[in-house]
Design a protein around this ligand. Structure first.
Ligand SMILES: Cc1ncc(COP(=O)(O)O)c(C=O)c1O
Length: 373
């Protein structure tokens, strides 16, 4: 509150010092060289794709289980979208299906730029190194949609950690600062990259394609030029001030989420749960944006949703696969996505938030136990 009210009392509500300060903090916390904060996670995706040069001659490959924005941001640039199947157990892009789509794209389409956008769903990092290796073979770029996964990592057998958002194996990652996300600015997002060129381009596109960085502006500080067509995707200083405070709590909030996940995991090891639901693996580097259980008998999923709602417990399905939405439907057959169908039909996100109280979590466990008994 104090950080926000200080901004409100300052001369800068937008385009002031808090935005670059927030960007510096993002770089430090997320282990990446450049951050460009903007108005939403969707804007961050659009800016990242556009900064790679995506246009109507381009192809974007995305997992079918994700929020609409991952694909929509390609459509705003008029690019073609190709959907991949996902793993049945975690909803993350399936590497075999991804390779099939990359082969098909190279064989059947002429395009200038291809971009894969894996989603680190629910807080579990997608296998970014493996995706990068496929991208290299088929000459694609990689932008990670890390809206769910700031702070997540995947460890390998040598003890190396690949951090989501770090851009180690991607051209860039994007995050969202929507209130349900790990870092909340009300609305907001950011592009994270190790490429200075991509960062500079995203910065320019964020503000109409305008630059002040010209030879003329040395003697004339008021001088600026629009060098290309961009948008107003700026974030305000008020939001950035909120984000700086939120970032300070990122580590402890992931720790709380981890403890909540562990408590669910212990409770759900009991036979009455184990025989009917599958739980996510407790991984060290999971950022636990969501805790998603899967019903072995998928007809129970909707019944559980209604039962829990009647007990005052709000759950959600993340996500209806993109090919099931009327906007995309004509182009795909659900039969081509067996992993997504299995994941979607059985998944339910149960309460997971650092503010979830122990008694509230107990109530979720008890209610689900009563339902399954
Ligand atoms: C996976 C994913 N990508 C992109 C977005 C878009 O973020 P925003 O709502 O900040 O535009 C979201 C937001 O829910 C998301 O969950």
């Amino acid at each position: 509150m104090e950080a926000v009210s200080n901004v409100l009392k300052s001369p800068w509500l937008t385009q002031g010092p808090k935005v670059p300060e927030f960007e510096d903090h993002l770089c430090e916390f997320l282990r990446v060289k450049h951050a460009v904060a903007c108005s939403s996670g969707t804007a961050a995706l659009q800016l990242a794709y556009a900064s790679l040069g995506v246009n109507s001659d381009s192809i974007g490959v995305v997992p079918s289980v994700t929020f609409a924005a991952t694909a929509n941001a390609f459509r705003y640039l008029d690019a073609k979208v190709m959907l991949c199947d996902v793993n049945e157990d975690d909803g993350i892009i399936n590497l075999a299906s991804l390779e099939e789509q990359l082969i098909s794209a190279r064989k059947n389409h002429n395009f200038n730029i291809g971009v894969i956008c894996p989603v680190s769903l629910a807080g579990k990092s997608a296998p970014l190194k493996e995706i990068y290796e496929l991208a290299k073979i088929y000459d694609f770029h990689v932008i990670e949609d890390a809206s769910h996964s700031p702070g997540a990592y995947l460890g390998d057998n040598d003890g190396h950690r690949t951090y989501s958002c770090s851009s180690e194996w991607t051209d860039a990652s994007t995050v969202s600062f929507h209130p349900v996300k790990h870092i909340c600015c009300g609305e907001g997002g950011a592009i994270l990259t190790n490429s200075p060129d991509l960062a500079r381009k995203a910065e320019r596109l964020r503000s109409h394609g305008i630059t002040r960085d010209t030879s003329q502006s040395k003697d004339r500080p008021w001088y600026y030029e629009q060098v290309e067509l961009g948008w107003n995707f700026r974030i305000t200083d008020i939001q950035a001030a909120l984000g700086i405070e939120q970032l300070k709590r990122l580590g402890s909030s992931i720790q709380k989420r981890h403890s909540i996940a562990q408590k669910y995991d212990i409770a759900f090891a009991e036979p009455k749960f184990r025989s009917k639901i599958d739980c996510p693996l407790i991984l060290d580097g999971h950022a636990w944006h969501l805790y998603v259980i899967r019903f072995r008998d998928s007809t129970l999923r909707d019944q559980a949703y209604h039962y829990l709602k009647a007990r005052g417990i709000i759950t959600q399905v993340h996500y209806i696969p993109l090919y099931r939405h009327p906007y995309h439907a004509g182009n795909y057959l659900a039969d081509d996505f067996p992993g997504a169908e299995a994941y979607f039909s059985s998944c339910l996100s149960i309460p997971m938030s650092p503010s979830l109280l122990p008694a509230e979590q107990e109530e979720v466990i008890n209610a689900l136990g009563d339902f399954l008994s």
